[in-house]
Design a protein around this ligand. Structure first.
Ligand code: NDP
Length: 241
């Protein structure tokens, strides 16, 4: 493992799927992790299972005060936060004939606004500390133009632009910024589609496992010296686009 001992991390959306796998992976690398999500019971059970290097905070990241509350709680818990992984997100497909417009604002709030707010507040603090790592979860959907993906893919594309500019603005400060864009990964994110009678995207091809995305997060965190792994795209082997 290429990481100094005693590092600390905050992972949003850590009660399930990719975020849970990231939390497990970072703890296995001797990093202390604060897991964040809304489902308290699930989060607490997971923390207890992962062990002493895991703690948890129940928080709806879509609320406007959540990023500040998280920064304060994480600082109280760790003193210094070395790694922030903005992973929490939802998927709602958006075909013009079917999209429920009530789902628009909640998707913007968690998939874009929350990541921007949290990135900015933690970046300012990390800059003061002259070091840190911010990782934002995008999607290969940011670069795919296909029916039903306009809003989700559009928000991920906006997030990629924001993340790239954040990296540029923090260049030379000691704060590394990167984005990870997974392809289809087997998680609960497709459950909303399935509940609406739509086929989940994970039903078309053999999907990746969350652990495979977590490995990329750890790789990004392991960068040292003058290296910053700024973009990692991970496609499922059957994804031919
Ligand atoms: P899951 O649905 O499995 O997990 C999503 C996580 O986000 C849960 O822990 C959920 O916890 C949390 N979450 C959702 N809304 C909020 C909120 N308002 N506040 C706090 N936490 C929240 O999804 P994935 O693991 O698949 O997705 C993780 C990230 O990866 C997302 O950003 C997604 O867009 C991205 N991604 C996923 C892909 C895939 O194929 N799975 C492909 C490409 C990108 P809780 O409900 O307890 O709050």
């Amino acid at each position: 493992m290429n990481l100094p001992k005693g590092k600390t991390a905050v992972v949003t959306g850590a009660s399930a799927g990719i975020g849970e796998a990231i939390a497990r992976k970072l703890v296995s690398a001797d990093i202390r992790v604060l897991l964040v999500a809304r489902r308290e019971e699930r989060l607490k059970a997971l923390c207890a299972e992962i062990g002493k290097n895991a703690s948890c905070m129940t928080l709806d990241m879509a609320e406007t005060g959540a990023a500040q509350a998280l920064l304060e709680a994480a600082t109280k818990e760790f003193g210094t936060v070395d790694i922030l992984v903005n992973n929490a997100g939802i998927l709602r497909t958006s075909h013009v004939d079917e999209f429920d417009l009530d789902e628009l604002d909640p998707m913007i709030a968690i998939n874009y606004a929350a990541v921007v707010r949290t990135s900015i507040l933690f970046a300012r603090r990390m800059k003061t500390n002259s070091g840190g790592q911010i990782i934002n979860l995008s999607s290969i959907g940011a670069g795919i133009t296909a029916a039903g993906t306009g809003i989700y893919g559009g928000l991920k594309a906006a997030l990629e632009r924001f993340t790239e500019v954040l990296r540029i603005e923090l260049a030379g400060s000691g704060v590394r910024v990167g984005l990870i864009a997974p392809g289809t990964t087997s998680t609960e994110i497709f459950e909303d589609m399935k509940a609406k009678g739509q086929p989940g995207w994970d039903e078309f091809i053999p999907a990746m496992e969350p652990e495979e995305i977590a490995r990329a997060v750890l790789f990004m965190c392991e960068q040292s010296g003058n290296a910053n792994a700024a973009r990692i795209h991970i496609y499922a082997t059957s994804e031919g686009f």
